[in-house]
Design a binder for this molecule. Sequence first.
Ligand SMILES: [Zn+2]
Length: 410
Amino acid sequence: MDILIKGGELFNGKDFVGKANVYIKYGKVVEVSKEVKEAKEEIDARDMFVLPGLIDAHIHLSGIKGGSLLKTMFERPEYRVLRASKWLERLLLAGFTTVRDCGEYVSLALKRAVQEGIIRGPNIIAAGRPITQTFGHGEINHDIPLEFSHKVGFSEFCDGTESCIHAARKVLRDGSDFIKVFATGGVLSQRDKPENPQLSYEEIKAIVNEAHKVGTYVAAHAHGDAGAKIAVEAGVKTIEHGTLLKDDTLKLMVNRGVSLTPTLTIQEVIYRYGKQIGVDEWGLQKIFEVRERVADVVKKAKEYGVLMISGTDLGFETGLGDIDMGKNWYELVLLVERGGLTPKEALITATYNSSLALGINAGFIDIGRDGDLVVINGNPLENIYDVTKVTHVLKAGRVEVRNGKLESKT
Ligand SMILES: [Zn+2]
């Protein structure tokens, strides 16, 4: 055995197991038992809580500061990458061992740098550039000339099925792990409303087909019910935000096995601190309804049995105390406090449910699963805020954080 995590109170991502020893070899969990065996390294987790490494299933590693997206998007990408590389360290320290970047070109480079061990961070599942229609959410600003909008480079544009096939192939060629599309308007884009559908059934279907051909899936940004329904019918796998979803669409999602990422954190940060962090006027105007409605959607989704996963949608540094990049556990707090989930249900969204929805080997402590674990000096099943008391983080069986500090590299 390479590592023994000894005697912790184990929550395996799905169930509370109680006191157990977890053994890791070659980066994978090989045994979970009461037995004590020899291991090259022991981590004493007695009186501690052990759970799978956390997953933020909706993040943007854009490397920008402040909420005025367009303004900051013009910062040099190499500078933004450096800032984002620091975010990745903070995420590791907070117990996140996997993040899914839902649209940002620089995330492709960051992902590779983490894989190659050049920088430290959670594993990154990257969408690369998201796909938008013209006059879509992915344009952010609709007053600038269209050619400038193309040059900003945040999104890939498509209009019509031929064009969508081309956009999907370009995104996949860049090395994206999945495809992100904007199926409705949004909050932080200028003149489109969250309830407006964007991209047609045929357009989304064409993108889904391209994703399926290479064995991956499509994630759809969708606030409004009409656009979300079109996206689900066209075969997307995950609905992002879902703030205005109605009952029939939630039920359809259950039938089709489509997950929901409610992204309560982004709604909360814009609602509470939008003006302070420079969110554009249009964002401030649109936030109230979506923030209000999403709490009920979470409650309904729980009632109907929709597969819910945890994602903050944080894409910038706020510089504020309680909600900021690196404090992505805040989504769990909001799922409990605003969404009415129990602490256990909230933890499941960031672990086991994410492993199901994203089709990854992390998020569940069981034999053959990735050796991604967090040791916590507290009990987040009793108090969700205890999820912040991280002492150790292991990724693929390697100690990345020890006693609350990044492990120096050997
Ligand atoms: Zn997002």
